[in-house]
Design a protein around this ligand. Structure first.
Ligand code: HEM
Length: 178
């Protein structure tokens, strides 16, 4: 998992809770590098899982809620630093329809080591989309937070329903723009 994901998570904890809280989390998670991440580095996904379990223990919130909140925050940060990646899209469904063939392709050029998921558009009308998400890391709640962040970025309100597919590591999002 890319360093930018770790540095953004630590930044979110510092900003939304406090620098002391972020330090406590890093210490309690007993991370291999004591939390010294660089944005262009690459670190095992298990380190992210360690941070998440410490956050669950400290906040009492379910991991899904924490991942969703982080996805929302992460989208804002990515859009700020790499806004050009989104420049071809006018609204959320347009952005989601080019996620695999454009947005994440551009991300791969910026970060060749990125571990990216697969998104497949199953169906689309003007205001609805069924989007399939596949990742061995099964970060569906993170994807939901990213989608909600993207909806906010485009000034749109959405409804979402997530279903686990029969296929391994696969989820389906039904997204409706209000
Ligand atoms: C609505 C839009 C987006 C969605 C739903 C989305 C979804 C995701 C998800 C779910 C992951 C986690 C990896 C996994 O599931 O295995 C991911 C990773 C990532 N995405 Fe996106 N993404 C979106 C837009 C963007 C944009 C605009 C950027 C950058 C400009 C971006 C850059 C990245 C990066 C850097 C990673 C980390 C890869 C790694 O850890 O190695 N994404 N994305």
């Amino acid at each position: 998992m890319l360093g930018v994901v770790f540095t953004t998570l630590i930044e979110m904890l510092e900003e939304n809770v406090s620098p002391e809280f972020a330090d406590e989390v890093i210490t309690e998670a007993e991370l291999d590098n004591d939390g010294a991440y660089t944005s262009v580095g690459y670190y095992p996904f298990s380190e992210m899982q360690k941070i998440l379990s410490v956050l669950v223990a400290k906040t009492g919130k379910p991991p899904e809620e924490l991942l969703h909140g982080f996805g929302y925050y992460l989208f804002g940060r990515l859009a700020q630093s790499h806004g050009q990646v989104m420049s071809g899209s006018k609204n959320l469904l347009d952005a989601l329809s080019v996620l695999d063939n454009d947005i994440h392709v551009q991300v791969r050029k910026l970060y060749p080591d990125a571990d990216l998921p697969t998104f497949t558009v199953i169906s689309r009308t003007e205001n609805t989309m069924v989007l399939e998400y596949y990742s061995v890391r099964e970060l569906a709640p993170l994807a939901e937070g990213l989608m909600d962040g993207a909806a906010e970025y485009f000034g749109q309100k959405i409804n979402r329903v997530t279903t686990k597919s029969d296929k391994p590591h696969t989820y389906e999002f039904l997204i409706t723009v209000e």
